[in-house]
Each structure stands twice: as C-alpha cells, then as structure tokens.
Design a protein around this ligand. Structure first.
Ligand code: SF4
Length: 376
C-alpha cells in the first residue's frame, strides 16, 4: 500500500520510475546536468540584461518558482558589463546566451557565467570558436552547443524554406551539431551540453533521439519558438514529455511567449507529473465540470489554488463536483469536497467531516488543508 504525497492506497504512484539514459555529467555552477542528476529546469529572462536590477529581480522570481538555472541574453557590451553583478547576486547559476559576437562569449566567461550557449549556425568561424573553447576551459565554464532549425535552413544552399530541404531537418541539425562537437573534442573540451530545436515538436523528438543515440553528452530539451502559451504548452509537453518518458533529456526549457515564470511553472509541473521531481505543496485534483455539476465550482478551485500556493507540505486536495467520482477522490486525498446542490460534503483523509454551505466551501477547504499542513 503506497503512501506518497497525500495518497494512501494502491494508486499509479506504485508504478516504477522512468529509467534515465546514462550520460556524462556537466557541472554548471552548483547544478549538475546529466550523470544521473535530477532533470533541471531552465528558463530565460526577458528583461534587457544591461538592466541588472530588473534582471536580477526577475531571476529571483524565476528561482522561487522552481528554475534551477536561468539564461540571459547578452547581445551587447552593456549586457556583458552587467553580467558580473547579476551572476554575483543570483540565487541560481547564470547562463549567457551568445548569438553573433564571439567577444560577447569571451566577456560572459570573464564575468563568471556558469555556462554559455553558442549557436554554431551563428558563430561558425573555427578560430573564433577555438578562442571561446580555450577561455571556457580555463574558467571551467560549460558550453551548450545549441543548433536550431533557423540557422540550418538559412545556411543550406538554395533552401530558404523547410520544404526546400532535400533531407529531414532533424538530420541536418544533427550534422551541424556533429561538426561542432568534433571541433570541441579536437580541442579536448568535453564540458558540453547539446541541443537541437525546432518549432515543430516532432522534429525536436526525432533530433533528440538521434543525438541520444550518438553521444553521451547531456541533452537540453525544448521546442523553440513554440508560440503563445496555449500552443506552446501543448507542443512543449508533447515533445519534452515524450522524450523524458524515453529517458532522454537532462535539462529542459519550455519556451513560451510572455512571462517566463509561466514556462518555469509548466516545466516543474511536467517533471512532477512524470515523477521526475518531488511535488512541493498542494496537488490539486479538480472536477473538470460536466452537466451534473450544480454549482459554479471553477472559481472556487481557483481561489483554493491561490490561497494554498504558499504551502510547502505535500498535500492532495480534491474538489469534486458530484458523487460520481467525488467519494473516490475524497478517499485518496488529504482534504476533499464533494459538491451537491448548494452545499458540499467535506472529507479529511477519507473520513466525512461535515456538510458545508456553498459559500463556505473555499474557507473550509483552506482551513482544513492549513491545519493538516501544520501537522506535517
Ligand atoms: Fe461531472 Fe461529477 Fe465528474 Fe465533475 S466530478 S466532471 S460534476 S461527473
């Protein structure tokens, strides 16, 4: 009989964990990527990096939300000039995202970035890459070689569109990656994380599988330019979730347009859902609503979620709309309500506590959950 989180009975928690692919480990500040370490969550700030205060505040927020690593863009000298302060004050290791200028990479390494991300499609001069490798080796900085579809398509002779490509995009991205891995290995640099991203989820899956077959460097997963949260969430969960279920992927970033905290929360939820990260706080089980529902439960669920957001103890709270599934969920939850017409039955760990009026449901669930959290 399982007892993990709030569950007490034979539940899916009894399933075996997903076996992970064996990889080398890469140390990024205090975070280990690969080598059996927990899958880490990363994201990217959207403030101008040169604004050290605003960027630092956003990094703090993202770290509190569950980000293990935060990446900042460094397109200008002003950005790398601010990086030293950002790195020194950040609660998590900072990764510098370098696109066109090798000087930015060198400045970011000198400023203490724990890792830099290079796009081989944008810095292809071998001597320039070699300078970065030497500086990173000297400083102990990790490097992610991250290919994406844009750089491959634009640099493929005559092909300006994906449909012009003679070979599948995933193959082309992995070939481009191979050129650069060879360059790094020839220089004796193996402190590498690899990535190949597309906006197309399935291409990401195919490319990651090819990389995982070929190298044992840790793999960074994500769907790039995935769009607005509605589509980005689905595309990212489809690709990253599928790969994680195959044991592939050592660090993940879900890319959304908008507040990066949303992508961190979604990435954490994805890892918790696959049991690759222990859930902290409340696991909220909620009625999806149907024609049996006799009260407006959705806003109550939202209120309960907001009011219990600060609880760190693992608790399962179920808010069910009727007797069809309500008692079953109540049985397996720490706190549950099973709603009816104008009232609901409140349960504590499967035991019926009392009936509460509709306008008392939120306060009753919140106070019961807080009481149990205080006992843990
Ligand atoms: Fe419908 Fe009841 Fe299920 Fe809610 S819990 S979706 S009301 S059957």
């Amino acid at each position: 009989m399982a007892r993990r989180g709030g569950y007490r009975y034979n539940t899916p928690m009894d399933l075996p964990e997903i076996p992970r692919r064996a990889t080398r480990s890469v140390t990024v500040g205090g975070v280990i990527i690969g080598g059996g370490a927990p899958v880490s969550v990363q994201t990217m700030t959207n403030t101008p990096t040169a604004h050290a205060e605003a960027t630092g505040a956003q990094i703090d927020r993202l770290a509190r939300g569950g980000a293990d690593l935060v990446r900042v863009a460094v397109p200008t000298r002003a950005d790398t000039a601010a990086l030293g302060r950002i790195v020194a004050e950040a609660p998590v290791p900072i990764i510098a995202d370098v696109h066109f200028h090798v000087e930015r990479a060198l400045e970011a390494i000198a400023a203490g970035a724990a890792k830099i991300r290079l796009n081989p499609g944008n810095i292809s001069d071998r001597d320039q890459v070699r300078r970065v490798i030497d500086a990173a080796a000297e400083a102990g900085t990790a490097i992610r070689v991250g290919v994406n579809e844009g750089s491959v398509v634009e640099r493929t002779a005559g092909a300006r569109r994906r449909s012009d490509l003679a070979r599948p995009l995933a193959d082309l991205m992995v070939d481009k990656l191979a050129e650069h891995v060879a360059l790094f290995e020839a220089a004796g640099f193996e402190n590498l994380v690899l990535a190949a991203k597309s906006h197309d989820a399935y291409t990401c899956v195919v490319a990651a599988r090819l990389i995982a077959e070929r190298w044992d460097y840790p793999l960074h997963l994500g769907v790039t330019h995935a769009g607005l949260p509605e589509t980005a969430a689905i595309r990212s969960a489809a690709a990253v979730g599928a790969l994680l279920c195959e044991g592939i992927g050592e660090t993940i970033r879900l890319s959304y347009a908008g507040d990066p905290l949303a992508e961190v929360r979604a990435a954490v939820e994805l890892l918790c859902s696959l049991r690759l990260r222990a859930r902290r706080g409340v696991d909220l089980v909620a009625c999806p609503t149907c024609g049996r529902l006799q009260m407006d439960l959705g806003p109550m669920v939202e209120k309960v979620r907001a009011e219990l957001a600060d609880i760190e103890a693992p608790l399962t709270v179920a808010m069910m709309g009727c007797v069809v599934n309500g008692p079953g969920e109540a049985d397996n939850a720490d706190v549950a309500i099973c709603a009816g017409k104008g009232k609901a039955v409140l349960y504590r760990r499967g035991q019926r506590v009392r009936t509460v009026a509709a306008d008392q449901i939120v306060s009753a669930v919140v106070s019961e959950a807080r009481r149990l959290a205080g006992e843990q």
